[in-house]
Ligand binder design. Structure first.
Ligand SMILES: [Fe+2]
Length: 405
């Protein structure tokens, strides 16, 4: 008999079943190191791209990174088309507007430079440029992956934050509104994974402290939720712990010394590794942060960071002591400091938020209490809680809200 893809956390070594087939995907080509953006020209010519659309946001243009990317492309003399209108939580309108530019300029690929929003928008632009249809119909909940008939054009991803991991992931989260309902739709397919990624820590040196902390905490939450997801995925289990070790050690370092290139590099590496891990699934914290992010322009990573202590508490009875101990060891905290390993994790997460000036409650992040019902409904509709260690029905999501708001 085939086993459920969800298995208990207790002992993944023993839990591998010999009577079923597991399907895993691990991605993409990566150039990592200070100055790696200088490889862009070679990468584009290797992919046969002569007229890529450069996708970014206004901030990337203002801080000079757009110009740096265009210079590095080797195509500056051709006046590459640019779309710099991606919102901080990317919206369908941004994608449709960019597609007009893509088609009008006869582009043959995409270079995306920016944070996760820019990278997600770029994936959706590629998807719709190659496939006719309504973006919402490509949602994974509408079996949208099967509707992606045509391969999107090549995408080169250049993250300028260390956080979302979108550069190596198959998903794109875009805000859509249908019949008065606004939410984050998710398109996901191995075809959406960028062909080539440039991880250049120099590009993250000027990231302001709040964005460094928020995006870094997002990546930390990815690694923790992946590790605790009950879906059996030995590849990601190891990668998630490797990511967490780098992120937990490097983030306090870059917050103290933003110019520390080695720590900036560890952050980019850790965030990318955690991005590979999405396939194991996330948890209830991401369901709530996706819901809030669909309605309010609040930083995704800050939301996850604020939610993290409440998520540990919420999952208390479903996180085996062995797993909590492993997380403590990986992070480098004394597992007995607060009595139990889980309590040590909760105290650690709260202390990080305090150090980074991230509020401990959702209300202090600007989440309005009157949105409680709709946010709980949207969080239940999100897929991430399906791989949460504790099974999550509406009453459970209400409990999480009470703990975090
Ligand atoms: Fe995230």
């Amino acid at each position: 008999m085939l086993q459920s893809p969800l298995t208990p956390l207790a002992d993944p070594f023993i839990n591998i079943q010999m009577d079923r087939i597991y399907k895993y995907t691990v991605p993409t080509r990566i150039d990592f190191g200070p100055g790696a953006i200088g490889e862009l020209g070679k990468i584009l010519s290797g992919l046969g791209l002569n007229r890529p659309l450069v996708v970014c946001d206004q901030g990337i243009r203002d801080c000079g990174l757009l110009e740096q990317a265009i210079d590095a492309s080797g195509l500056a003399s051709k006046e590459l088309p640019v779309f710099d209108g991606v919102a901080s939580n990317p919206r369908e309108e941004n994608v449709l507007e960019a597609i007009d530019v893509y088609r009008g300029e006869s582009c043959d690929g995409i270079v995306a430079i920016g944070g996760g929003s820019v990278l997600d928008a770029a994936k959706a632009i590629g998807l719709l440029s190659a496939n006719e249809g309504d973006l919402d119909d490509f949602d994974i909940f509408k079996l949208g992956e099967a509707k992606i008939q045509n391969k999107p054009p090549p995408l080169v991803a250049i993250p300028t934050t260390a956080g979302t991991g979108s550069e190596v992931s198959r998903g794109a989260l875009i805000i859509t509104t249908r019949e008065g309902v606004t939410r984050k739709m998710i398109a996901a397919s191995p075809l959406l994974v960028p062909q080539h990624v440039i991880l250049d820590p120099n590009l993250t040196l000027s990231l302001p402290p709040l964005l460094t902390a928020g995006s870094g905490m997002d990546a930390i939450c990815h690694a923790i939720e992946e590790y605790l997801s009950p879906r059996l995925h030995p590849v990601v289990e190891s990668i998630a712990l490797g990511a967490l070790e780098r992120l937990a050690r490097a983030l306090p370092g870059v917050m103290k010394d933003p110019a520390n290139l080695a720590d900036r590099g560890q952050m980019l590496m850790g965030a990318m590794m955690a991005g590979i891990g999405f396939e194991k699934g996330l948890g209830v914290g991401h369901s709530m942060s996706h819901a809030i992010g669909a309605l309010h322009d609040i930083h995704h990573g800050a939301l996850n960071a604020t939610l993290l202590p409440a998520c540990f508490e919420f999952n208390r009875n479903e996180i085996p002591e062995e797993a909590a101990t492993r997380l403590c060891d990986t992070i480098g905290i004394d597992q007995t400091r607060e009595g139990t390993p889980l309590d040590s994790l909760i105290v650690w997460a709260k202390a990080l938020n305090e150090d980074f000036a991230i509020p401990q409650r959702l209300r202090d992040l600007g989440v309005p209490g009157e949105d409680r019902e709709i946010l709980i409904e949207l969080a239940m509709a999100d897929h991430c809680h399906r791989t949460n260690p504790r099974r999550c029905e509406k009453a459970d999501m209400e409990e999480l809200w009470e703990r975090a708001w």
